[in-house]
Write a protein that binds this ligand. Sequence first.
Ligand code: HEM
Length: 556
Amino acid sequence: MLMQRRRARAGARARHAAERTVNWADGRLPVSEGGGLLRKAFPEHWSFLLGEIALYSFVVLLLTGVWLTLFFKPSMTEVVYDGSYEPLLGVSMSEAYRSTVDISFDVRGGLLIRQVHHWAALVFLSAIGVHLLRIFFTGAFRRPREVNWLIGVTLFMLALVEGFAGYSLPDDLLSGTGLRIAQGIIQSIPVVGTYLTMFVFGSQYPGHDIVPRLYSVHILLVPALLVALVTLHLILVFYLKHTQWAGRGRTNRNAVGKPLFPQFMTNSSGLFFMVFGVLTVLAAVAQINPIWTYGPYRPDIISSGSQPDWYVGFLEGSLRLMPPFETDVAGHTIMWNVLVPAVLLPGALFAVLYAYPFFERWVTGDHEEHHLCDRPRDKPVRTGLGVAAIVFYAVLLLAGGNDILAHTFDISLNLLTWIFRVSLVVAPVLAFLATKRICLALQERDRERLEEGEETGEVHQTLAGGYAERHGPLDPEERHVLRSRREPEPLALSPKEGEAPHVGRLRATLSGWYYDDRVDVEEPEQEPERAPESAPDAAHEAAASEPGAYSGESER
Ligand code: HEM
């Protein structure tokens, strides 16, 4: 009894203190407005976690990176090693390399943190890549999210630079080889190449400045840009609200999902700890970048099988595939064999990424707002283009390891290089055609399911003596999804106002290419004029029926 009264008194005191704190904050900060924001609904789907995985690996990178700065020495001053790793005793090396070996062997927990940092970088770039693909294949880059797509592509580019700068810091044999290639690439830029190289390296290669310079880029300049742009990116996700998959009760005018606080935040914090945990386990069991086995950098040495981190591999591959080709113009040599694969190609890849949302809008004439995700099969041309791009990238990546592949499978290196050269042109086209066919076949299957119902697996004999399968009714939720596809018509051949006739014709042809091939389903489901306001709909009910779940809805 006494205990109960004490507990009640403690509860009342806690409530009183909480009220006073909220009142205090409310008088000084936008707490009531913030309260509304905290109830914003976040749609749920596993594919929406990819951006969060990128975010949390970035957080892990920042935490472990700050720790590493306490011990890393960004200096190229030569020292003689006298630490605890015996095979390197008496070897001359830069202070940068020495301090990385020391972090690995003489700083408590150093090797683990170094490995968490490196694994986090690999996962960060992988997550960004897969997140970008999810945005592309679901059409989440369309109006009103084009600006966030542009910010995303910039983040991707900065992440590549950040990764390259980071793994060049230890000044080991592998990273020095990478820097040597970078120097060659900068030098291949016509007219300004030599000046740019001197500007970046501060002297003839390798000089003594590159590591301290990369250090400023890696720990200050690029991270600051990344933090600022990630913040802007997330503010836009919040402001525009997240896209969602079609379903009953989910329309272009609402967002149905878990409220930001407490459900979404709780799930998301859980994901952070999982990402941190998985990265730590990886770092503990899987060795990565063992620089002490590579040795310190010397420009006159290179080891066989040198491979960069995976995200730079496509550039390595494009360099290896390009045939030797150079021209002399007025006493200057233009090195096409470096300029094309290592400067023009990545430039073109990023230009295409930046331009795609605007290109698709121009071709399709689709200026509407889209908050419902596309199913990839419903946009066969876009999906085909995406798969073709993945195949193009994969060929380049594989070509980056052509020496290792040739050695492992005992194939001639020259033959393999030619196979990759041909594949780089042919494989993306085949991938596009195959993907488009598969998408149309899946659309056809959807149409059959809508018209005939779900296959039951029960076969009966017909009166005529034949056999037929019985079909059952389709799940209403799925029926809704299949019928919610809205397919715009190809543009007419008439040019837009102010558009040159041949541009108009090109646009109409491309529009036909985008939309002509498709399987029409029965009359598509129309969206209600207004989002349902009261009475919980099916999506709410489904979500709310999970134990402890709460489903909310925000208007767009
Ligand atoms: C540092 C790298 C990045 C981080 C940390 C990041 C983080 C996020 C997060 C947490 C979300 C919300 C959840 C989700 O939809 O997955 C999101 C959404 C989005 N991201 Fe990223 N992202 C990054 C890079 C990119 C890239 C490379 C692109 C595309 C080029 C991109 C485009 C978008 C778009 C358009 C949305 C809105 C999606 C929607 O509402 O459905 N992001 N991002």
